[in-house]
Write a protein that binds this ligand. Sequence first.
Ligand code: HEC
Length: 298
Amino acid sequence: GAETLAVLNIGKNLIEGSDCRSCHQIDKTSIGPSYVAVAERYTKSDNNISYLTDKILNGGSGVWGDHGMSAHPELSESDARRMVDYILSINEVKPTVSPLAIKGNIRPEVPEGEDGQGSFLLRAFYADKGAGQITSLAGEDFVALRNPFLDPQSAEIRKGVNLMTTPSINFFMEGDQSHIGFKSLDLTAVKEINLFVNVNPRNGAVGGFVEARLGSPDGELIGQSQKMEPLNQGFRRPPAGVNFIQWRRENTPQARIEIKETGGFQDIFFIFRNPDAGQEKILMSIIEIQFSNEASGL
Ligand code: HEC
């Protein structure tokens, strides 16, 4: 991964800054063998690594032909070893990472062929070049970036949830004040939360509206959706060749909650309201919950 690449880059830089180039090329024989040929000849064993490190430091001849290699007394052993690491890795498949600037912005793109259901793991790794006797120091950190679409089944806190598998999964909210809660979601820059819901009269759903609250089911109200009325859509399926998830998003009613500016990590609760529904009636079923940084103004 990235740190291997960083370490190998150190070896590459050292080689480029030394006299090696006057006798070696990457893939062509010059006065000395090409690095590709050296990498083919030696496996990456401890013995080979110390042998080659020693050869770079002390020079020698007789392995590849009549020419000899000069000694490099000015090199430290660790620098020579970094050079060997680089040379012996030269034929390996390179990871598909590219070093980024130390400071800047990254806009994660869903890779082609992926369905967008995953999440991003951002890993930052930095290794310096070391200095003299001081070897390279490295540091890394991870940030998990959640998908902006949440599955209601990942709710940690639930009241009045009726989960039915028939054969598709229905996540029903039953009764006035039924709710689900998610812990520690980052609401920075989130302007609107859209709940993709079905209010299907065939399931006996009566509809209602949704409140978003912070901290607890009766915590601060940060927004409220429009009222979702029962809507019989019949049985529908996507046309052939259409991405199912995309199609479902385009064809499912949304309870839109424009939220007031709320930064940072918060426990967030969605309260399903219909004072006429009592405790038994189904209000609606939730398919997905989208966190958006744009307000639709509806
Ligand atoms: C003056 C020319 C010259 C310079 C400068 C030079 N090399 Fe060489 N190198 C050679 C020759 C010639 C050989 C083949 C030696 C042999 O046949 O034993 C060789 C062999 C090698 C080998 C393979 C050793 C083996 O026993 O198979 C490595 C690795 C290598 N050089 C790395 C380097 C690196 C790294 C540098 C720069 C720090 C460097 N060389 C600088 C001429 C040079």
